[in-house]
Design a binder for this molecule. Sequence first.
Ligand code: TTP
Ligand code: MN
Ligand code: MN
Ligand code: MN
Length: 407
Amino acid sequence: VSVATEDIPVRMPSYECQRITALKHHNHRFTTALELLEEHAGYQGGGQRADSRARGFRRASCTLKSLSHPLTSIEQAGKLPNIGPHSLAVIKDILEDGYSQEVQDICDGDFYNTMQLFTGIFGIGCSTARKWYEKGFRTLDDIRNDSTITLRKDQKIGLELYQDLNTPVTLAEANIIQELVKAEVQRLQPGATVVLTGGFRRGKTEGHDVDLLISHPTEGKETGLLSAVLARLRRKNLLAYESTTANTYDPSTVTKKEYTLDHFERCFSIFKFDKSWISSKPTSQSPPGVVKPGTSNPDLPHQGDRVSLGTAGGSDGESTAEKAWVGRRVDLIIAPASQYAYALVGWTGSKYFNRSARLYAEREMNMKLTSHVLYDPVKNQYLSASSEEDVFRHLQLPYREPTERNC
Ligand code: TTP
Ligand code: MN
Ligand code: MN
Ligand code: MN
């Protein structure tokens, strides 16, 4: 007996962390539109309200990503969890007309495009971008040439390296940076670990940055490691920017504070990625080892090939055209061994997976989940975990591979 897919009853749990969400799915034509609406809603002022509108679109999108077949009827969409009236109307338009006029209008508008341009500057958030938009600024040169704007150091470099930082980081580049940092870290502290987390760990082949989680199996041996590694990288002239934050974790505040951000020692940096470290062909897996500034790396093939930088945006490449390196955003995070499993879950993401897991922990398990620990306030117990599997087990969630956490 054959049954049309739209007639199969869909029983989908409402928390994203209870479901499998892969990068590839069957409903991209809806999710692209919904996530554009999410982005657009986030650009709007209005704090909490704008954020919750944005999240509504994202939750609807996540539901469709978890669906095991292409959505073909609005009736079925109506039975799925977390799809609000606005998202439903957009889905209906796409089902009926093949596109959404609302989405089309946003794409064609000045506001969305300008906000995308300005929030693409490292160090610029929505509120500054919106302020500039409202003042009538529309291009990067409008910002560069305005004498009334004072920029912070990070924002200045964000403008300077705009082209670099808006060219996606490839997996090959991320692996090279991971190996490079690992070599430095292990020279300083043998046995230390450096793991590529973030989107790349979830199976993405491109990202906006490289997220490296650094730890050591012996608690305490991670202390002092970050500043020592940064000193080495600095001496080798591999850093274009760095901003370090000390560890501010205090377990006694775990129930009080909003833990959407974590409290690990970390550095938000921009690496000078030497173009000779990579060729346009897929390269061997050999690590670059320690790379001396100004010399080519003996561990990698050095053809004359240069990394493709893309040419989008045209006029902004003036100073970046001649330099031998590409700016790449790198986040370095230090986690003590006892918090490592939670840090790994947190820094693997996605952001929405974390959000959902934390909400689930709070509402369904009466527990507080952070990137540091899982706390049970009823038993006044910090639940220790030595693997990601332990974290899921404590939460009574089926284990999900990183590639299944792409909500
Ligand atoms: P991001 O690098 O912001 O996101 P991503 O790696 O998923 O996507 P992209 O490819 O665009 O880089 O963050 C990585 C993960 O770290 C993300 O899942 C959320 C988490 N995270 C924290 O836990 N704390 C933080 O302060 C930040 C910035 C991120
Ligand atoms: Mn509306
Ligand atoms: Mn990332
Ligand atoms: Mn990051």
